[in-house]
Design a protein around this ligand. Structure first.
Ligand code: FPP
Length: 246
């Protein structure tokens, strides 16, 4: 992290007020295409961008950074690309875990990751356990994540609690819903960034985004860096967040 690469950041006071930033990392394929490279090269460059951003999270005053790495819809991609992405993820955890740990990062995964290949599930759970006691920032990787799927799983969790007589249906409110979401241990989402010029949420954090500020940039994910994140935070700082009030 900061020990290995020092990215000069534009002046952004840590009083921007954003605790939790989430990013839809889009544009790896187009980045590769522009260079006449295979899509996997774009994803590899995307992992480098993940490393750059993870390294500046603390410096930029963030408590949590959530990154959309693999959606529940990404299984529709060709098997070779799915396998490449899983391989990159596996390598990323193996290669970077100790550096994250040494820098106090807490690694989390949101999404239905338990259906992944058992050795990858073990690796993920080992990484989360190893870093669980760290004081942050939290890097949450969204893996086999879809917000609609998360909401279905939340409904099942609460239904089971009602069925077991642990709570009554009338006792279900926003707090109970939030406690049953994958993001239960993460701070409220403040800023949602999407790279590469697409203007949609693609089934990402639909509950959590209710009052998040949205920031879209044409920058392709592999070109995104600490300076781009600082620019997004500077834009966030200018927003007038009223949460439905005046
Ligand atoms: C979108 O680009 C990107 C993805 C579907 C995967 C994002 C994955 C990474 C950045 C690498 C793995 C992450 C970690 C944390 C190790 P796209 O392929 O849809 O790009 P395109 O729209 O230009 O084709």
């Amino acid at each position: 992290m900061a020990s290995r690469i020092k990215t000069p950041l534009p002046q952004i006071a840590p009083d921007h007020g954003a605790r939790h930033v989430a990013i839809i990392m889009d544009g790896n394929g187009r980045w590769a295409k522009k260079r006449l490279l295979p899509r996997i090269a774009g994803h590899r460059a995307g992992v480098d961008a993940v490393r750059r951003i993870a390294r500046v999270a603390r410096e930029l005053g963030l408590e949590c950074l959530t990154l959309y790495a693999f959606s529940s819809e990404n299984w529709k991609r060709p098997a070779e690309e799915v396998s490449d992405l899983m391989g990159l993820l596996r390598h990323f955890i193996q290669a970077d875990l100790e550096e994250f740990h040494a820098n106090g990062v807490r690694l989390q995964v949101i999404g239905d990751y338990r259906v992944l290949e058992p050795s990858l599930v073990d690796l993920i759970e080992g990484a989360m356990t190893r870093t669980a006691g760290n004081d942050g920032p939290t890097i949450a990787i969204a893996l086999n994540y879809g917000a609609q799927d998360e909401l279905v799983r939340m409904a099942q969790t609460l239904a089971r609690q009602v069925q077991a007589g642990e709570i009554s249906a009338d006792a279900i409110g926003r707090a109970q819903v939030e406690a049953a979401l994958d993001t239960a241990s993460l701070p409220p989402l403040d800023l949602l960034i999407r790279t590469s010029g697409e203007l949609r949420l693609s089934n990402f954090m639909l509950w959590q985004a209710a009052y998040a500020e949205l920031y879209f940039t044409d920058t392709l994910w592999p070109d995104f860096d600490g300076e781009a994140l600082a620019r997004a935070l500077a834009a966030f700082k200018q927003r007038d967040r009223r949460f439905g009030g005046l």
